[in-house]
Write a new protein. Structure first.
Lengths: 215, 215
DNA sequence: GATGCATGCAAGTGGTTGCTTGCACGGCGC
DNA sequence: GCGCCGTGCAAGCAACCACTTGCATGCATC
């Protein structure tokens, strides 16, 4: 029934469908069951292919799941909206940016949770997991530096070291707020009484006031 | 069921050692390996007792691990330093409080990570996991309300709803900053360049400025 | 000494896991 | 027609899993 079409090679544009189906199924199963819970039988069933195909195409379960995780990490971050090169309306710009961050984090929520849980046993997932978050933090810091340079920050005349320290902490705090919101909203709803669509604007408002920025 | 007590050694305050040894070993193994990875053989070996003892004392592996998790969650939160009833030096008081929070979170880091990972498959751990964090958030909110009442917040005259919304978000943001610091410092060190002992003071400083509090 | 109890030890249960093997089928280029 | 290759199917393997059973042992109380 599922025989979707064409097939491999030729001009090699699309992979043999089994490979792709397995990678996506593995990502789904892993996100809800973790490495140990993602059995080859379950992944194969989810993908609608035979179990042996996993070993023929990937060699081992670990290789398949690594491929799946890396696929997920490699495909999405490029969709991120960059912050503008020169700030004009910090509140609006940051809010929009934070909203896409939140969306991204919420979408990957269960995968990120699994990776956090398996961090102790499979430390090789660390670079893969943080690779998704790190460029975002860098982007935020670049934008903050421009906020200082363009005079959006009032009391920025203090000594450089203290300013940097505070700016780093503020950036980390904003990222943590987004992360915590995306991760914690379903586990502890009483801690997040506001509707999710208000979250970004609220965090950004607090963030800008914390760094003394005239929004 | 929990008839500890009985028996030996005269005034016998101490439980039969096997039970306690197993609970602590289970907590350790679970924190690094998760539910599926925490095999009864491994726990028994870690505890230095025979594997059958697990089933004689707890009936099943799940019961043992539940007991271990609940034991960890039940024992520690009482050590928390409460925030003062009437604020005097918000910055100092909050910083001290945040430092104990950070300490607690860092100590339980791997256990919390595991619980997050298994949240999708074993949702019954949710209340147990959030029970550790929730009272802290409540305590923070009580303290914040007193900050408003005692006149520590400058522009608090705005409409009530907006103030509450912002205060909630600010509280969530501070808790998230602590959580993210405790969880992320080892996974993404470049995001936390400051030494860990400065963290609490920095977050509190930003937090107080965000809610317009005169520290 | 006898009884009760917690524990250790050895063996074994049925089930699941990752992975392999052997074989058959069908579409493709030659 | 004829290989080639990707795939499905059935069977099976050794290892591991949670859990059980039966028996021996040590210790404390009676």
């Amino acid at each position: 029934m599922i025989d979707s079409a064409h097939h491999p090679t030729g001009s090699g544009a699309s992979q043999p469908p089994s490979r792709e189906k397995l990678i996506e199924a593995a990502a789904r199963v892993y996100a809800t069951a973790g490495f140990r819970g993602a059995t080859t039988r379950r992944i194969a069933e989810e993908a609608g292919v035979n179990e042996v195909t996993i070993f023929r195409l990937f060699g081992s379960k670990a290789a398949l799941i690594d491929a799946a995780i890396q696929h997920r990490a490699a495909v999405q971050p490029f969709e991120t909206v960059p912050l503008p090169e020169t700030p004009r309306h910090p509140a609006a710009e940051l809010t929009a940016w934070c909203e896409t961050q939140l969306e991204m984090l919420r979408e990957r929520r269960s995968l990120i949770r699994q990776q956090m849980g398996e961090l102790a046993e499979r430390p090789q997932v660390v670079p893969c997991a943080s690779r998704a978050l790190n460029p975002q933090a860098v982007e935020l810091k670049r934008y903050m530096r421009r906020l200082y340079e363009e005079g959006f920050v009032e009391g920025a005349s203090r000594r450089r070291a203290g300013r940097d320290e505070e700016a780093h902490a503020a950036g980390a705090m904003l990222m943590a707020a987004l992360f915590g919101d995306a991760m914690g909203r379903d586990m502890m709803p009483e801690m997040y009484p506001q509707p999710p669509e208000r979250a970004a604007a609220l965090y950004v408002g607090l963030f800008l006031r914390a760094i003394r920025c005239t929004s």
